[in-house]
Design a protein around this ligand. Sequence first.
Ligand SMILES: [Zn+2]
Length: 129
Amino acid sequence: MKNDNSTHGGSSGTLWKKKDLLLLAAVLIAACLLFFLYRFLSAAPAAYGEVSVNGEVVAELDLNQDTSLTVSGWNGGSNTIVVQNGAISVTEATCPDHVCIHTGEISRTGETIVCLPNRLIITIIQDGG
Ligand SMILES: [Zn+2]
């Protein structure tokens, strides 16, 4: 029974299997390409820090580019923002509480540094994410 069954569908079954294998290989290659493309794209995310003062965006900082800048905050205050190793931090500020400095470094999408006295907000935004 078992033997008869396998020989019966033998020739046509082999033909199907070859087509199946080709199709499977094509799908696997496509999946691999997509996977590596996705890995490549997610390995270097285009994240940037949006700096706003009093609700207005005053600067957009590329996280992949080390830099520093001083922004004039509300009411004559100022904050020194540093971008280093893909993270943003406030290193100097004229505000009395220094909450923004104590927040430390932020590097993940959605993280924020807020300086209430200077009305400064830094938010990390994922480009196209
Ligand atoms: Zn502050």
